[in-house]
Design a protein around this ligand. Structure first.
Ligand SMILES: *Cc1c(COP(=O)(O)O)cnc(C)c1O
Ligand SMILES: [Zn+2]
Length: 554
């Protein structure tokens, strides 16, 4: 058996046996206390012992600060899948992009780990009523778990939180308090209310339970990676990069304690690098780090529509994460709301992963860091997909997300009317032929296009059947690969240009081939556009196609 954990103050080194979560260090008064465990013993036991346990957060219970399992409030949190983003990898030309799918928690965000452990610890402490401040997801998750724990919850939310989220909080039976102020001010109001009423206040990042719960993300990834990458020098593996959208910073702070513990236990051989992605309109960590500050300079007036990440004053989380990034490498970087919304569309349409804008920021960050060369395309990258988009917020779709077929109601012509209105719809459908010998790449193009408009797609996997297809279907545009067996793309072009009727169809070449100047010159006279594989986004491709369809020349 391992020894029971100890409470430790990192500021002054004070330690005592872990009995209950203290609010302050008795020696120096510091309000950031850690729990430390018997890593040597646990590290030796885990690889064998964990085989027997269910894949959820509680399989790591030796390193979780709950004394008695009877107090556990659980709904199967943690144990989320690690998914390969196959289509994204192909589009970006990357070798290993993994998505830690935290949407699959009981309330759809990674906050379920925190809620489960925090409410369990509250129950162990005998708490019956609690106050929490939130930008939405913590309130939802805490509400679900507090309902289960029989603890009354007061959820203080900034009034900017989408009403769909607020209604869910109310549904679980919590008291919803809307505060017409920023999130940082809402936190102060909640703390003052808790103090006056003598109700237990959830301390967010200063809460041991909250940070300890987030470690389990690191543990799971370390266990999951060898399934894809094979064994390494240690039983488990760490990625080269871990990317997460950051607001208060609780997520990465906890995850990094987890990685440090994994290294101490000898279960992984190194630390990943951390990319913290903030919203441009609320990026106190990014700005403070650029200025080389030890403590974060708060943003008093956050300007982002992504309320989930609108923490203007990250406090000690910044100090912790700045240390991590200085010590192990990594970056703080910001993305715009629009970049996040675009990434959200890309991930939903490309790999079938629908996430909330806050989670999409992490992917927008990945795109940015790849294009800046900060992250290399051969590195192993894990992106935390932190939350689901259950209530799809209106502004994300605009007004035109559905088409209406209007059927006249006059009696005799019903059937005719129906058909002619459908024809209108048909006429807007454009026909695209894809000639590409790699079926994977061809499928990717098809999916990008079908996700984005009324396109009818025809595919051929070699030049000869491609030409037959073009003669038969007369597409509005041709996407052509150059390197194909037997009849290659150059030959296809020769044939097309000699045929009066087919010569007019615009051609976009998509190729991985390095072109010689001679080839390039020859192509330029025959095609409308040239795209280099692995070097364009789905947006680029769509723009090119729309331009070509509208007859724009370059
Ligand atoms: C809470 C949350 C974040 C921000 O996490 P922090 O750990 O507070 O920085 C990002 N995405 C989603 C979906 C969240 O719920
Ligand atoms: Zn201390």
């Amino acid at each position: 058996m391992s020894e029971f954990p100890k409470l430790r103050c990192p500021a002054c080194g004070y330690t005592e046996p872990f009995q209950r979560p203290l609010l302050q260090c008795p020696r120096c008064g510091g309000d950031w206390l850690d729990v430390v465990y018997d890593y040597e013993t646990v590290g030796r036991q885990w690889p064998e012992a964990l085989r027997e346990r269910p894949f959820d957060m509680w399989r790591y219970r030796e390193l979780l600060p709950l004394r008695d399992d009877a107090h556990r409030i659980t709904m199967g949190e943690g144990g989320t899948p690690l998914l390969r983003a196959v289509n994204l990898e192909m589009m970006l030309g990357c070798a290993h992009i993994f998505v830690k799918d935290e949407r699959q928690g009981p309330t759809g965000s990674f906050k379920d780990r925190q809620a489960s452990l925090a409410l369990s610890v509250m129950k162990e402490m005998g708490v019956t009523e609690a106050v929490v401040a939130s930008t939405g997801n913590v309130a939802i998750s805490y509400s679900a778990y507090s309902a289960r724990a029989g603890i009354k919850l007061w959820a203080f939310l900034t009034s900017l939180v989408p009403p769909e989220k607020m209604r869910e909080v109310a549904l679980y039976g919590s008291e919803v308090v809307k505060v017409t102020a920023t999130y940082d001010q809402t936190k102060q109001v909640a703390a003052e209310f808790a103090r006056r009423q003598g109700i237990h206040l959830d301390r967010g990042i200063r809460s041991i339970a909250a940070r300890e719960s987030m470690k389990t993300v690191a543990f799971e990834i370390a266990e999951q990676l060898p399934v894809f990458l094979g064994p390494g020098p240690t039983p488990w593996r760490a990625p080269d990069w871990y990317i997460q959208a950051v607001s208060g910073g609780l997520g990465p702070v906890g995850v990094w304690k987890g990685y440090e513990e994994l290294v101490k236990m000898g279960l992984v051989d190194r630390m990943p690098r951390l990319a913290c992605i903030q919203a441009e309109g609320c990026a106190p960590m990014v700005h403070s780090f650029q200025k080389g500050l030890e403590e974060a300079e708060p943003v008093l007036h956050p300007r982002t529509r992504i309320i989930t990440v609108a923490t203007g004053s990250p406090g000690p989380a910044y100090t912790f994460l700045a240390r991590v990034i200085r010590e192990y490498g990594g970056v703080f970087t910001a993305v715009s709301d629009e970049e996040a919304f675009r990434a959200m569309h890309v991930m939903a349409k490309l790999d079938g992963i629908s996430m909330e804008p806050a989670a999409a920021m992490a992917f927008a960050g990945l795109f940015k860091l790849l294009s800046e060369g900060v992250i290399r395309r051969d590195e192993v990258v894990v992106v935390n997909c932190s939350g689901h988009t259950f209530p799809v917020e209106k502004h994300l779709l605009g007004e035109t997300w559905a088409r209406t077929v209007e059927v006249p109601t006059e009696a005799p012509a019903v059937e005719d009317g129906l058909l002619s209105s459908l024809e209108q719809l048909d006429r807007s459908v454009r026909r695209i032929a894809i000639l590409e010998d790699d079926p994977g790449a061809s499928r990717l193009l098809r999916r990008i296009l079908q996700a984005r408009g009324d396109y009818q797609i025809f595919e051929a996997h070699d030049g000869r059947s491609g030409l037959e297809l073009i003669r038969r279907e007369r597409p509005d545009v041709i996407l052509l690969d150059l390197m194909m067996p037997e009849v290659d793309g150059f030959q296809v072009l020769e044939v097309l240009k000699e045929d009066e009727e087919l010569a007019q169809i615009p051609v976009i070449v998509i190729t991985a081939k390095e072109l010689t100047p001679g080839e390039r010159a020859r192509l330029n006279s025959q095609i409308q556009r040239l795209l280099q594989k692995g070097d364009f986004s789905d947006e680029d491709l769509l723009h090119e196609i729309l331009d070509v369809l509208e007859g724009k020349t370059k």
